[in-house]
Design a protein around this ligand. Structure first.
Ligand SMILES: Nc1ncnc2c1ncn2[C@@H]1O[C@H](COP(=O)(O)OP(=O)(O)OP(=O)(O)O)[C@@H](O)[C@H]1O
Ligand SMILES: [Mg+2]
Length: 281
């Protein structure tokens, strides 16, 4: 285990003016998370805390362990060792559905939309609504009209104009539009935590702007958001704190106020080491 894994505790920067957020108990925490894939170290003992009402960005080079970290936190991977807690209580998510039931919605980097289904069906995937009365309870008939209407409302609430017809098959959407559907689903159903792995990677300027706005809205509504991104301007714009992954470990946690983008990238690549003196608090 590298020494860097011990850093976040001592150098955690707290954004100025947001001390009340960090005085709360974290909604989601990982402690000493370790996962290996054969001889590849995915995570070497990573600590992470996520607070309600914050956007925590996770940055790092390709293969640094960003996706692995959120997969361990959201039930897609089972860590070899370490502990995950929600509101201080230990939790074990055996599959993503368990995390979802606990209020954590995740958009994984490999998009989980089903191309052959329409947008409304994708939004309600695995939580389909049935028709009222015996048609739903006995015949298990889906409330397609209701889902389409609510899907339209969800997309509209996000201010998304690129998608007009909720009955359109997702396979006919552009890559960016598919990503918007996945993000809209997470935003509509995440009740405590929303995790977005590269949500703006395939998006144009306008759609990226909307997703960033939505992320800030979720945060302002008291949700906790994890944002993984390679886009440093997006990170510095939307994040309250920035967790830097490097070679399977955490190289430190900074804030957009404590470090500029250049310094963040230098820590990410190992050109600069984060020392306790760098703490922003
Ligand atoms: N299921 C798996 N099987 C084998 N190796 C894996 C698996 N999942 C992740 N890894 C390895 O763990 C390391 C971390 O991968 P991860 O996907 O977390 O990187 P990342 O930081 O998300 O990178 P990127 O920016 O490219 O998305 C890599 O070396 C990767 O090959
Ligand atoms: Mg990744």
């Amino acid at each position: 285990m590298s020494a860097s894994t011990k850093l976040p505790v001592s150098v955690d920067g707290i954004p100025l003016g947001k001390e009340h957020i960090y005085a709360q108990e974290p909604i989601l925490s990982g402690r000493n998370l370790v996962i290996t894939f054969g001889r590849v170290v995915g995570l070497d003992g990573v600590n992470v805390d996520l607070y309600p009402g914050e956007v925590l960005a996770v940055i790092g080079d390709n293969g640094a362990g960003k996706s692995t970290l959120i997969k361990c936190l959201t039930g897609a991977y089972a860590p070899d060792s370490g502990e995950i807690t929600m509101n201080g209580q230990p939790v074990t998510f055996k599959r993503p559905q368990d995390a979802r039931e606990a209020g954590i919605e995740t958009v994984y980097q490999q998009l989980a939309v089903i191309p052959a289904l329409d947008i409304a069906s994708n939004l309600f995937l695995a939580r389909e609504e049935r028709r009222a009365g015996p048609l739903g309870s006995v015949l298990r008939m889906l409330d397609k009209g209701g889902m389409k209407k609510r899907a339209g409302e969800a997309v509209q609430n996000l201010g998304i104009q690129t998608i007009q017809n909720m009955g359109q098959a997702v396979e006919t959407l552009s890559g960016g539009q598919r990503q918007v559907v996945a993000v809209a689903r997470a935003a509509a159903f995440g009740s405590k935590v929303v995790v977005l792995d590269e949500p703006t990677a395939a998006l144009g300027v306008k759609e990226s702007g909307m997703v960033l706005k939505m992320i800030k809205q979720l945060r302002d509504n008291g949700l906790a958001v994890i944002l993984i991104s390679h886009n440093m301007p997006h990170v510095w714009e939307a994040a309250d704190r920035i967790h830097i992954q490097r070679l399977g470990g955490c190289a430190g946690v900074i804030t957009p106020q404590s470090h500029d983008m250049g310094e963040g990238v230098a820590i990410m690549t190992g050109a600069k080491k984060l020392t306790p003196n760098d703490a922003s608090a």
